[in-house]
Design a binder for this molecule. Structure first.
Ligand SMILES: [Mg+2]
Length: 372
C-alpha cells in the first residue's frame, strides 16, 4: 500500500455571533483540510489548525510534506511523522506552521489506516478504546457576570457536571464572574477558568487566590506560553490546578512544563501538536509524570472535533473531553452530525477511521473562496 496523493483545502465557517475571548474576537473559524489517498483508492481526511494564514499551511502540506509522504506505506505512520519533522527541524521550524501541517497529514494517515482496517482510530491506537467519554461544556464567552451565571445555570440544568468560562484579564470583573457563576451552579459542578493568556504572573497569582476560595477545578493558560519564568512564579504562588498546552507543539514544547512540574493538565490540540502520533507521544511523557491529558478542541474545524473524540477514547492518561457547546458552523460537514453529550457523557463514533463520513459536497461548500 502506497500514498499516491496528498492535497490541502482551506476551509472556513462563518459564526453568526462572534466569539469573544481575552486576547481575540473571532467571526469565522478557519482550518486546512488534508486529504490523503492510497494506491488502492482508500482515502483519509485530516485537519491542520490555521486560524490565520491558511494559504501558508496549504503550501506547507502540498509543497513541503507531500513529496515526503508520496510513495510511502501509510502503515509506517510514525516513521513518516519523523521524516516530515526532519524536513525543516535543523532550520529551527520545530513549532508553528510546519508542525500544524504535519498534524493534518498525520490525522489523515490514521483515518486512512482506520478505513483500510475497518476500525475506528480509537481502537487502532490500541490504547484504552473507550466508547464514551466524560465531557465538559466549553466555554461560556466573556460577558457580564449576570449573563454568564445564567448561561452556566442552564448548562448545569442540562446535566453537565463540569463547565468552563472565559475570563478576560480584568481582575475585579473576573472575580465577580467567578462568584456569580459559582453561586448559580452550586458547589458540586466543576468550574474551570480559561484566561487565554490574559494575565501577567502577578495578576494570575492574585486571581488564583480567589479561584481557590471558589473551588475552581483548573485555571487555564493564565499567561503567555513563552513566559516560562512567569509560570514558575504562578506555580509557587497558587494552589489551583494549572492547565495549558493548546498553543504548544510536540513533546519538545511540553517537556519543560511537564519536567519542571508547572502543570497538572496537558491540553494538546491534535491539529496543532502533531496529530495522533504527536499527541500520543505527549501523553506518554505526561503520564510518566502523573499529569493528565484533556485534549483541546476550541475554535477548530470539523475534522478536529471528530479526531479528538477518537484520541480522547484511546489515551490512557485522558481526563475529560472538551465539548464545544457553542454554535458549530461546520455542523453540515458530515453525513451524520457528531454526537452531543447527554448528562455530560459523549459517545465515541465506532465507524472506521475518524468515525465520520465527509459529505460529498462538504469540501466545496466550506472551501474558503466559497464561504461567507
Ligand atoms: Mg483555552
Amino acid at each position: 500500500m502506497k500514498v499516491v496523493e496528498v492535497t490541502a483545502v482551506e476551509i472556513e465557517g462563518t459564526l453568526r455571533v462572534p466569539w469573544k475571548i481575552a486576547t481575540a474576537t473571532m467571526d469565522t473559524l478557519n482550518a486546512v483540510l488534508v486529504r490523503v489517498t492510497a494506491d488502492d483508492g482508500t482515502v483519509g481526511y485530516g485537519e491542520a489548525i490555521a486560524r490565520k494564514g491558511t494559504r501558508v499551511t496549504k503550501a506547507v502540506v502540498e509543497d513541503l510534506l507531500a513529496p515526503v509522504v508520496l510513495g510511502k506505506d501509510p502503515f509506517a505512520v510514525e516513521a513518516i511523522w519523523d521524516d516530515m519533522y526532519a524536513t525543516l527541524r535543523t532550520r529551527g521550524h520545530s513549532r508553528g506552521f510546519l508542525i500544524e501541517a504535519i498534524s493534518g497529514v498525520d490525522i489523515a494517515l490514521w483515518d486512512l489506516l482506520g478505513q483500510k482496517l475497518d476500525e475506528p482510530v480509537s481502537r487502532l491506537m490500541m490504547g484504552s478504546a473507550r466508547t464514551s467519554l466524560p465531557a465538559y461544556a466549553s466555554s461560556i464567552l466573556i460577558d457580564t457576570p449576570e449573563s454568564m451565571a445564567k448561561e452556566a445555570a442552564a448548562l448545569a440544568a442540562e446535566g453537565y457536571d463540569a463547565i468552563k468560562i472565559k475570563i478576560a484579564g480584568d481582575l475585579d470583573t473576573d472575580i465577580r464572574r467567578i462568584e456569580a457563576v459559582r453561586e448559580s451552579i452550586g458547589p458540586a459542578v466543576r468550574l474551570m477558568l480559561d484566561a487565554n493568556s490574559g494575565f501577567d504572573a502577578a495578576e494570575a497569582i492574585a486571581l488564583s487566590r480567589e479561584a481557590e476560595r471558589h473551588g475552581v477545578y483548573w485555571l487555564e493558560e493564565p499567561t503567555f506560553l513563552d513566559d516560562l519564568p512567569g509560570y514558575r512564579r504562578i506555580r509557587q504562588g497558587s494552589a489551583v490546578r494549572i492547565a495549558l498546552g493548546e498553543g504548544e507543539f510536540t513533546t519538545a514544547g511540553f517537556r519543560d512544563f511537564i519536567a519542571d512540574g508547572l502543570i497538572d493538565v496537558a491540553q494538546p490540540n491534535i491539529t496543532r501538536a502533531g496529530g495522533f502520533t504527536g499527541v500520543r507521544r505527549i501523553a506518554a511523557l505526561a503520564e510518566s509524570f502523573g499529569i493528565k491529558v484533556a485534549p483541546h478542541t476550541g475554535a477548530s474545524g470539523p475534522i478536529c472535533m471528530a479526531a479528538t473524540l477518537q484520541l480522547s477514547a484511546a489515551l490512557s492518561p485522558f481526563l475529560i473531553h472538551e465539548y464545544m457547546y457553542l454554535e458549530n458552523p461546520f455542523e453540515a460537514f458530515f453525513e451524520t452530525a457528531l454526537p452531543k453529550p447527554v448528562n455530560g457523557i459523549i459517545q465515541v463514533p465506532q465507524e472506521p477511521g475518524l468515525g465520520v463520513q465527509v459529505r460529498a459536497d462538504a469540501t466545496q461548500r466550506f472551501a474558503r473562496e466559497n464561504a461567507g
